[in-house]
Write a protein that binds this ligand. Structure first.
Ligand code: FES
Ligand code: FE2
Length: 380
């Protein structure tokens, strides 16, 4: 095939030390997680008039959602003597102010220091020099991302900014959340996400739902042969969405094209933090938070039109059980992989031509980690 995406050689994978060593993990925290856009939640899930505490790369930040729903973000630290502004998961704002719980210094929601409360500074104290340290925010389709870098990189989902324009994404609300600590490095999860060679062995239900996955491939570009008529639809005969029965869980989104309906699942990827899957009737966002070199918190949120959730006979488990099962299978496979990586008999693997997305991901990681000026391993 002329439009093949398969690699024409078998590159090396990353050495096992990149999945095990604390020093490598810290390099990634500094060069990737502290510099890229990181998903922190759905914009409409932040309650108004509240501070919300989040963690990025072991750095605590606060999202300030004022009474009008306008968002700003800062490092979670008071400029007086460095106490946390929001010691719990969330805190109520005092009117329009962010107030430190320790000695009550108060800041406006744009970070300006407004009051030093009971303390009266002398003239040498310039309030404008003690503003909160801001964190960049970006909203896309109702998803909120934060970036700790002073100059953030371009916000660039792999399928482009318009990929979900036909879905009413901003209106969708979280109807269900699953969290799981996976005993694997965060990169193991992305590697598993990036190939379907494991699908026939690991996903018995998913391969029935998406027949092409049973061939170990995800797309036309990977196939030696492709029967367009038979495979124009991604899902098995009679199925329209990723639910237990294959039936949609509510009204289908009205503005999708016939091709988008046949596609049935559009995956949009945001390294290193999350992917979104949009179906004809609902969507899902899966995000990662590395805990240490060998463990990662996975969060999956199911997003629905509020009208779908309000249906009198709405069966949430009928929707969520299917993808939860797939995620559990993937997490189990990731943990097999991580445990094997600890073996002294394994130092570095080789990728197959079908693992072109993984190779791209490895290059993406190394390009960033190398920015600290230290050596990175070779993949050749
Ligand atoms: S540390 Fe915040 S007011 Fe003192
Ligand atoms: Fe999988």
């Amino acid at each position: 095939m002329s439009d093949t995406v398969l690699l024409d050689y078998c590159p090396k994978s990353l050495p096992s030390t990149c999945y095990l060593d604390d020093s490598w993990f810290k390099r990634e925290q500094a060069t990737i997680w502290s510099r890229e856009w990181i998903y922190i939640g759905r914009q409409n899930s932040f309650a108004h008039g509240m501070l919300h505490r989040k963690n990025i790369a072991n750095c605590s930040i606060i999202i300030c959602c004022n009474v009008h729903g306008q968002l700003s973000a800062f490092h979670n630290v008071c400029m007086h003597r460095g106490a946390e502004l929001c010691p719990g998961i969330s805190a109520k704002m005092r009117g329009k102010l962010i107030t430190c719980p320790y000695h009550a210094w108060a800041y406006a929601d744009d970070g300006r220091l407004v009051s030093t409360a009971f303390a009266t500074p002398t003239e040498d104290f310039d309030k404008s020099k003690h503003e909160l340290k801001p964190v960049h925010l970006k909203t896309w389709n109702g998803f909120l991302f934060a970036c700790l870098a002073e100059t953030p990189p371009e916000f660039a989902p792999d399928l482009g900014l318009d990929a979900l324009n036909n879905w009413p994404m901003s209106d969708l609300v979280v109807g269900h959340t699953v969290q799981k600590t996976m005993n694997c490095n965060w990169k193991v999860f992305w590697e598993n996400y990036n190939e379907c060679l494991h699908c026939p062995g690991v996903h018995p239900e998913l391969t029935k739902m998406v027949p092409v996955y049973s061939r170990g491939i995800m797309s036309k570009q990977e196939a030696a042969t492709w029967d367009g008529d038979r495979e124009g639809r991604n899902l098995r005969e009679g199925a329209q969405s990723w639910t237990v029965s294959g039936m949609p869980c509510g009204p289908e989104f009205p503005n999708l094209t016939p091709e988008e309906r046949d596609e049935a699942h559009r995956f949009v990827t945001f390294y290193p933090t999350a992917f979104v899957v949009a179906h004809v009737d609902y969507a899902r966002v899966v995000s990662l938070q590395p805990i240490d070199a060998e463990s990662t918190l996975l969060t999956a949120e199911w997003l629905f039109d509020p009208k779908t959730l309000a249906q009198p006979n709405f069966d949430l488990a009928h929707v969520t059980d299917f993808a939860t099962g797939v995620l559990e299978e993937d997490a189990t496979a990731c943990e097999w992989n991580q445990r094997g990586l600890r073996s002294p008999a394994f130092k570095q693997g080789r990728l197959m031509p079908q693992e072109f997305y993984i190779h791209d991901f490895h290059k993406w990681v190394l390009e960033r980690v190398s920015k600290d000026g230290s050596l990175v391993p070779s993949l050749d």
